[in-house]
Design a protein around this ligand. Structure first.
Ligand SMILES: C[S@@+](CC[C@H](N)C(=O)[O-])C[C@H]1O[C@@H](n2cnc3c(N)ncnc32)[C@H](O)[C@@H]1O
Length: 105
């Protein structure tokens, strides 16, 4: 668990700046409703929540949400990925974001 937390922290340190700059270029601002898939430790989710403010909202998901900290904000909803996600995508969300997802089977 500690190893994975360190790995996710290292990824955030390397990639979050470029990710948030790209999102800022796309025009993430107050009132947006965002979906993030694969939030890892939640760095981008927290950044999104700060950008959209109290009139917007962020739904962020991961297979394992134990590593997300500091998310006790009313506009940030952290959920384990569920089969109902496609339904959520149609529920008035207007920015969908994912990065560095990798899966194995
Ligand atoms: C490498 S981390 C990237 C975290 C973050 N997006 C970032 O840019 O720092 C990938 C995350 O995606 C999650 N993940 C991988 N496949 C996924 C899937 N199919 N659905 C949801 N989360 C997934 C993993 O659990 C992991 O936390």
């Amino acid at each position: 668990m500690e190893k994975e937390r360190d790995r996710l922290g290292a990824l955030e340190a390397v990639f979050d700046h470029a990710s948030t700059r790209r999102l800022a270029d796309l025009g993430v601002g107050a009132g947006r409703r965002c979906l993030e898939v694969g939030c890892g430790a939640g760095g981008v989710a927290l950044w999104l929540a700060a950008q959209v403010g109290p009139t917007g909202g962020v739904l962020t998901t991961d297979l394992d949400t134990r590593f997300v900290t500091g998310h006790a904000q009313s506009n940030l909803d952290v959920q384990a990925l569920v089969a109902g996600l496609p339904h959520a995508c149609g529920a008035g969300l207007n920015l969908h974001y994912s990065s560095l997802l990798s899966t194995s089977s």
